[in-house]
Design a protein around this ligand. Structure first.
Ligand code: 4AD
Ligand code: MG
Length: 466
């Protein structure tokens, strides 16, 4: 058997972090560029372990010289040699190659030839874009922040719950579920002229979850503090830069908590994640700061220093009415806030993060706790500049009779949610929670303006190819 290519390989990140003269270094990666000099050739090699590539110096006395000097961008190489201080500017260290193996060749059809491609073009090659600088940085930050999410909650002794992906309940009540069925679409069984879902695989009408919240609430009334972190699916046909049909959401649920406690947790959580990114993703954030959103790092530092403000929905409407601006959507008490309204509030009025709380009950989900005014519910949205709504949450209705009334008012069938009502029947307690859209967080942290560019393989209306 031939030796495995990656045996004894050292990640380039570790090579550069160690930063000392070393012999017998072996790295593997993909060629970012080749420069043929008069005396030697230079290959920059990237293995994704960090933003930086490693400069490989290829001298003509190497038996593979001619072959390597002709190798194209994108080829996969394994290189052994000595790490030495680089005499040239641009990098501190370089690897003087002693042997090079071309593990995987490329031809000139390889689409990532140019130094800078448009994000639209890179989206059309989602299977190759992780090999670009921008997407390398995006997906490293994504990975780091995914770990940070767990760290935040685990340190606070929250229990992590895996809520189901397939469910019979439309939590948000917006009817935006993707159907899950094994029935024959040409000839489904019928009952009184309607599809008989009772004969479907699960004996019920099921779909992909829009939120893990309802099941999360059940666990919160046993473990007190829980969180979920999983994929959620919404079949809404909105082609915006902030909506995906499949996205990841983090949903904590806390018992013995009201809306104010919920907001405090959301604030602590967002601050922690921003701090984590600044402390752990410096090299990638610097790239975003230079190439994607000028002043990004300052913006993130400003968030850490900022006071998180709170306004009621009613106050927010008054502020919007006073705005010296023509909105596309009318500002009317009782209508949901549109993205343009949210951005105006957080960018123009407050210039920082702001919680909007106490929304009219008719525009919010059935589970939100009814306020004493009987018109609003204890809901909160956290708005941040550029992104708008990054978190949505509420205190939950823990009073059985009030919840039943709201469900009836919304024409909901109690039977399907009897299990949800049970926790109000037995040992009910005040509780609250929220959902943070993981991609919205990443957009905020990286400055990337399109949600399609912060998720590895975006699913949006008409697109599920890769
Ligand atoms: O405001 P939403 O719909 O709230 C819920 O789903 C609640 N069940 C959460 C809870 O209280 N446990 O969604 C929460 C967050 C939004 O603030 C937004 O960041 C993100 O999820 N989000 C989306 N992200 C990407 N694409 C979409 N289509 C999204 N819809 C919501
Ligand atoms: Mg929302």
């Amino acid at each position: 058997m031939t030796r495995r290519d990656n045996q004894g390989r050292t990640p380039i990140r570790r090579v550069l972090e160690a930063g000392q003269k070393t012999t017998g270094v072996r790295v593997s990666g993909w060629v970012r560029s080749v420069r043929r000099g008069k005396e030697v050739s230079f290959v920059t090699l990237n293995d994704g372990s960090c933003f930086s590539s490693l400069q490989i110096v290829v001298a003509p006395d190497l038996p593979e010289y001619e072959q390597v000097a002709r190798v194209g961008t994108g080829a996969c190489l394994t290189v052994s040699g000595a790490l030495v201080a680089s005499p040239a500017s641009g990098q501190r260290w370089e690897l003087q190659a002693e042997s090079i193996e071309i593990v995987g060749a490329v031809d000139e059809q390889y689409p990532l030839q140019k130094k800078r491609h448009s994000l639209e073009f890179l989206r059309s090659i989602a299977h190759l874009r992780p090999r670009s600088n921008t997407f390398g940085a995006v997906f490293r930050v994504r990975s780091a922040l995914s770990f940070a999410v767990h760290q935040f909650f685990q340190k606070r002794n929250f229990v992590h719950v895996h809520t189901p992906i397939i469910t019979a309940n439309d939590c948000e009540g917006a009817g935006e579920m993707f159907r899950v069925t094994t029935l024959d679409p040409q000839a489904p069984p019928l009952l009184e002229g309607q599809v008989d879902w009772g004969q479907d695989f699960f004996g019920d009408r099921t779909g992909l979850t829009v939120s893990g919240q309802l099941q999360g609430e059940l666990f919160a009334t046993a473990f007190s503090d829980i969180y979920t972190f999983g994929p959620t699916f919404r079949a809404e046909n909105s082609n915006t830069s902030r909506h995906a049909s499949e996205f990841w959401m983090i949903e904590p649920e806390i018992a013995f908590a009201d809306l104010a406690a919920d907001c405090r947790l959301a604030e602590d959580f967002l601050r922690f994640l921003v701090r984590y990114a600044l402390d752990n993703c410096g090299e990638d954030l610097e790239f975003f700061d230079q190439r994607i959103e000028r002043g990004l790092i300052k913006k993130l530092e400003a968030l850490l220093a900022a006071e998180f403000r709170t306004v009621s929905y009613t106050e927010a409407i008054a502020l919007l009415e006073k705005a010296d601006l023509d909105f596309e959507f009318p500002v009317v008490w009782g209508n949901d806030l549109q993205s343009e309204h949210e951005r105006y509030l957080t960018e123009q009025v407050f210039g920082g993060p702001v919680f909007v709380v106490d929304y009219p009950k008719q525009i919010k989900a059935f589970y939100m706790r009814l306020n004493d005014d009987d018109r609003t519910v204890a809901a909160m949205d956290l708005l941040v500049p550029r992104v708008g709504e990054i978190i949505g949450g509420s205190q939950r209705e823990e009073r059985l009779d009030v919840l039943q009334k709201r469900m009836a008012a919304q024409g909901m069938d109690e039977g399907a949610l009897d299990w949800y009502l049970d926790i109000r029947r037995w040992g009910s307690c005040p509780h609250a929670g929220f959902g943070l859209g993981f991609e919205r967080l990443l957009m905020y942290l990286t400055g990337m303006e399109n949600i399609r560019d912060v998720i590895p393989f975006p699913r949006t209306p008409g697109h599920a190819r890769f």
